[in-house]
Ligand binder design. Structure first.
Ligand SMILES: Cc1cc2nc3c(=O)[nH]c(=O)nc-3n(C[C@H](O)[C@H](O)[C@H](O)COP(=O)(O)O)c2cc1C
Length: 338
């Protein structure tokens, strides 16, 4: 059983995994059918849902598909800091008549999700928020699954290579959504993607996918010329017909009242890039309790979505979001291919 060779893709475009709705079987299959590599997002879903989504994607494409999993984050929250943020958010909750969520830690069903990918054998499994133990990577490799680990600096790249990752996903600070930084408490690096890619390329011979802020064919070309085997695009696909992006998120991405993006821990406790809005400005927190803060804010975010209040929603978006266009994923992938 030979693992996928990324250099054989007809188009060197990877549809980034996007948890929370945007990644669907339809989107993953459409990116693959367009000649790229489509991903499903395993984070937050139940193991059964992931299994069903993999099987659904297989009915829509004969080509390769990837699945992304969240590596378990350390359970090292500062309880005082967390309680202070809970009290701060209580004001928002009272204003909107919402009960805050219970700030609990969990491992996102790590073992059960590994069992799903062992059984379903997607072509690629990528990991974010950390690097699995060498034994896990070796075992998936033995099943013909290409393993990819997302890295945000040279030290993470060395650690992932050392544990046996077959591919590195280099994520620049321009990226929409969560930074993949292994340590949730660490402040993620700020070297722009081209610089980061050059730094990591100098440390390893592994194939590198690279993403973060890639929104035009020219940028995609520059990153490929700099030695990436494929570019990873997330934000550029958020308005695709096949994406499951929430209506309020779709509207906000096209709304001129948003004048840029910001990196915030306010929604989940991990740094993530979103369209800059009122919630981010009101809560410049440093608490790194992940996923506790994700659960704490979940009812606030659900209520904001229900009343269509984009100022209180997490609106994940990369720095290139202004170039994001609607249309089919095939059209978007073709438009980005150098
Ligand atoms: C809405 C959204 C959700 C995301 N969810 C995930 C995820 O579940 N797992 C992951 O590894 N990366 C996730 N990311 C990050 C992407 O994989 C990728 O690094 C990023 O989209 C690349 O930058 P770009 O958005 O500027 O193209 C997400 C990004 C967005 C925009």
């Amino acid at each position: 059983m030979r693992a996928l060779d990324l250099s054989s893709l007809r188009r060197p475009i990877v549809g980034a995994p996007m948890a929370g709705g945007p990644s669907t079987p339809g989107l993953a299959a459409a990116v693959t059918n367009a000649g790229g590599l489509g991903f499903l997002a395993g984070g937050y879903k139940s193991p059964d849902q992931i299994g069903r989504q993999i099987r659904a994607t297989r009915t829509l494409t004969d080509g390769p598909i990837g699945v992304n999993l969240f590596v378990v984050s350390a359970n090292d929250a500062d309880e005082e800091e967390l309680e202070a943020y809970r009290l701060e958010l209580q004001v928002e909750a009272d204003r909107h008549g919402v009960e805050l969520g219970t700030p609990r830690w969990d491992d996102d069903a790590w073992e059960a999700k590994l069992d799903v990918v062992r059984a379903e054998r997607p072509d690629v499994v990528s990991f974010t928020f950390g690097c699995p133990a060498a034994g896990i990577l070796r075992e998936l490799d033995g099943r013909g699954i290409l393993t990819a680990v997302t890295v945000t600096d040279a030290a993470e790249a060395r650690a992932a290579a050392c544990n046996g990752a077959q591919v590195l996903v280099v994520q620049g600070p321009e990226a929409g959504g969560h930074r993949a930084t292994f340590d949730a408490a660490a402040e993620p690096g700020t070297s722009p993607l081209p610089e980061l890619l050059a730094t990591i390329k100098a440390t390893t011979d592994l194939p590198l996918m690279a993403g973060g802020g890639i929104s035009t064919r020219r940028l995609a070309g520059e990153i490929l010329d700099a030695g990436a085997v494929a570019v990873l695009v997330g934000t550029a696909l958020l308005l695709a017909d096949e994406a499951g992006t929430a209506p309020a998120h779709r509207t906000a991405l096209q709304d001129p009242q948003f004048t840029g993006t910001a990196v915030t821990r306010a929604f989940t406790g991990r740094p993530a890039r979103s369209l800059r809005n009122r919630f981010i400005d009101d809560h410049p927190i440093t608490a790194h309790a992940y996923p506790q803060i994700h659960y704490l804010t979940a009812p606030l975010r659900a209520a904001a979505a229900a009343r269509n209040d984009a100022q209180a929603l997490h609106l994940w978006a990369g720095t290139g979001y202004r170039h994001t266009r609607g249309g089919s994923a095939a059209e978007i992938v073709a438009a980005l291919t150098p």
